[in-house]
Design a protein around this ligand. Structure first.
Ligand code: GUN
Length: 302
C-alpha cells in the first residue's frame, strides 16, 4: 500500500489564494497592502534562488516588495543602518535578511536589530519567547515549522495525543516545531520527543512515532525500518547531492534529496512529504502569511 503524498506545492496554491483574497479585501477597506523588504548580501547561489522566489511570490499576491541587494563586503554597520531604515518605514511590515551572512558579519547582531514586530522570520529572541509561551502571545511562528504544522493539519493528520518524534534540534526547525506541537492548542496537543546526534538509540524513538519530523540535514538518515507502519513522515531535508541538466530549461540544477529514503518509506508510511515539493514550498508561503499577519496586527484586525 502506498502512502498518501502530502504535497506542499498544492497547499501553497491553496494558501496563497487565501492570502491574496485577504490582501484585496484589506486594500479596499484600509487602503494599504503588506510590505516586505528582502535583504540579500552577496551572491550565494542558494540564497539568490530563495530570495528570487520570495520576491516573485510577494509580487504575485499583491504585496509591496522592496529588494535590497548588497555586495558581499558590506560592513556590519551599513547593514544595521539599512535594517534601521526599514524598522522606521511605515509601509514595510516585514523585514527579511537572507541567511547565511558573510563571516565578517555577526548574524546574531543583525537578527537582534530587526524590530520584533517586523521580524516575519520569527528569529528574534522576543518572537522565540512569544512562541514558547504559545497561544495568543505568538506573533510570527518561524516559517518552516509553521509550514510543517499547516501541512499536517490540512492533510487531516490528528496531532492530539499523537507521539511526535522530531529528528534534529536546530533553532530554525527542530526546537520550534517541537515547541509548537506540544502547545495546548488545535493542531498541537502532541507528546513530543526530540532526538539528535547524542541520542543513544535514535531508531527506537523513531519507531514509536505516529508523526515523524526529520530535519537533520543528512541525506537518507532515516531508514525505512525506523518508520512505524501508517505513520505520517515529514521530511524537512533539502540536501544538494549533485547536479543535473533541467529538461525544462536546459540549465544546470541541483539534485535534491531528503533526509528520508522516500521510495522505500512511502511503502510503509501512511502519509509522507516528497523532496522537492513537500515542506520547501510551504516555507515561503508562511513568510507571506507572517507579513500579512504583521499588517493585520498593525491595523488591529489580526
Ligand atoms: N536561509 C535559509 N532559510 C532561511 C529562512 O527561512 N530565512 C532566512 N532569513 N534565511 C534563510
Amino acid at each position: 500500500m502506498g502512502a498518501k503524498i502530502i504535497s506542499g506545492t498544492e497547499f501553497r496554491k491553496e494558501i496563497l489564494d487565501e492570502i491574496s483574497t485577504e490582501v484585496n479585501y484589506i486594500k479596499e477597506k484600509h487602503g494599504v497592502v503588506p510590505g516586505l523588504v528582502t535583504i540579500l548580501v552577496g551572491e550565494n547561489p542558494a540564497s539568490v534562488s530563495y530570495v528570487s522566489l520570495k520576491i516573485k511570490t510577494a509580487n504575485e499576491i499583491g504585496f509591496k516588495e522592496v529588494q535590497e541587494n548588497r555586495p558581499e563586503d558590506i560592513s556590519e554597520e551599513d547593514l544595521l543602518a539599512l535594517i534601521d531604515k526599514y524598522n522606521r518605514d511605515d509601509t514595510i511590515h516585514g523585514i527579511l535578511v537572507q541567511l547565511p551572512l558573510p563571516k565578517h558579519i555577526d548574524e546574531k547582531r543583525v537578527i537582534y536589530a530587526i524590530d520584533p514586530d517586523k521580524d516575519v522570520d520569527g528569529f528574534h529572541p522576543v518572537n522565540v519567547g512569544r512562541l514558547m509561551i504559545g497561544g495568543s502571545e505568538v506573533k510570527f511562528p518561524p516559517c518552516t515549522p509553521a509550514g510543517i504544522q499547516e501541512m499536517i493539519v490540512r492533510a487531516g493528520i490528528k496531532t492530539e495525543g499523537a507521539e511526535v518524534v522530531v529528528v534534529g534540534r536546530s533553532n530554525i526547525v527542530g526546537k520550534p516545531i517541537a515547541n509548537m506541537l506540544l502547545q495546548k492548542s488545535p493542531g498541537a496537543n502532541a507528546t513530543v520527543t526530540v532526538v539528535h546526534t547524542r541520542t543513544r538509540d535514535m531508531a527506537a524513538h523513531c519507531k514509536r512515532a505516529d508523526i515523524l519530523i526529520v530535519a537533520a540535514g543528512v541525506p537518507g538518515l532515516v531508514k525505512p525500518e525506523w518508520i512505524k507502519p501508517g505513520a505520517c513522515v515529514i521530511d524537512v531535508g533539502v540536501n544538494r547531492v549533485g547536479e543535473k541538466i533541467s529538461e525544462k530549461t536546459g540549465k544546470k540544477v541541483p539534485i535534491l534529496k531528503g533526509d528520508v529514503d522516500f521510495d522505500a518509506a512511502k511503502e510503509i508510511a501512511g502519509a509522507i512529504t516528497p523532496v522537492p515539493g513537500g515542506v520547501g514550498p510551504m516555507t515561503i508561503t508562511m513568510l507571506m502569511r507572517n507579513t500579512l499577519r504583521s499588517l493585520k496586527f498593525k491595523l488591529g484586525i489580526a
